[in-house]
Design a protein around this ligand. Structure first.
Ligand code: MN3
Length: 249
């Protein structure tokens, strides 16, 4: 079971990397996009904080500028820095992408689990939000309707998962085999973490950060309002891109 799942997930690594462009670069590779040379050189990757594709205030009023700035420049930057420190000089990470590292992390590799998850999850989070109004269409919409009934039911199930995550963590829309599932994980865990996720791993296409640092300045204890307003800034084009790439793989 685990082997089959591993092979399945491996097959989409290339597609996943395209959607997470700033995940791996060797020390001499300033572009951060030349995966092949990183792989060939076999050096341990040095990850960089990806720039946002929009301004800190672009997601207002759903998410305020101050929260975005602290979240990206301090929290996410911290995960990147600590991930680099945790893997530095360790041959087992040579030539690995962020997705490889997250997928293969063991449950007792605390620093790589927390900070590798933190880097992956936040990169996905920024990429799957947009100030532009988008809606799921085509195969993505059909899949949501076929799985959850309609968009409102999807939202209510996703909200339930996000509200139900006790303490810090993430709510996810994932692909499990060919099916869509909603799940949540604690801390910076991620549905890709084969050795960590109970049952089996899944491929995340949308994630919502429900750590208090993601919403407390604006929403205080009202996580439900934060979740409701998150639905207005989902980048369904990016979610659909991840969905299509994975289903093809
Ligand atoms: Mn966060």
């Amino acid at each position: 079971m685990k082997k089959r799942t591993f092979i399945k997930v491996t097959a989409i690594t290339a597609a996943g990397s395209v959607l997470l462009p700033i995940t791996s670069c060797s020390p001499g590779d300033k572009s951060g996009t030349d995966k092949k040379s990183t792989m060939e050189s076999g050096s341990v990757p040095v990850f960089e904080l990806p720039a946002l594709a929009y301004g800190f205030d672009a997601l207002e009023p759903s998410i305020d500028a101050r929260t975005m700035k602290i979240h990206h420049d301090k929290h996410h930057a911290g995960y990147v820095r600590k991930l680099n420190a945790a893997i530095e000089g360790k041959e087992k990470y040579a030539g690995k992408t962020l997705e490889d590292i997250v997928k293969n992390v063991k449950d007792d590799e605390t620093a790589v689990r927390n900070n590798g998850g933190g880097h992956y999850n936040h990169t996905l989070f920024w990429e799957t939000m947009s100030p532009k109004q988008t809606e799921p269409k085509g195969d993505m919409l059909d899949k949501i309707n076929g799985t959850f009934g309609d968009m409102e039911s999807f939202k209510s199930q996703f909200k339930k998962a996000a509200l139900g995550q006790f303490g810090s963590g993430w709510a996810w829309l994932c692909i499990d085999g060919k099916d869509l599932i909603i799940t949540s994980t604690p801390n910076q865990d991620n549905p890709l973490m084969t050795d960590v996720v109970e049952g089996k791993p899944a491929y995340p296409i949308l994630g919502l950060d429900v750590w208090e640092h993601a919403y407390y300045l604006k929403y205080q204890n009202m996580r439900g309002n934060y979740i409701n307003n998150f639905f207005d800034v989902i980048n369904w084009d990016a979610v659909t891109e991840r969905f299509m790439a994975h289903m093809k793989g």
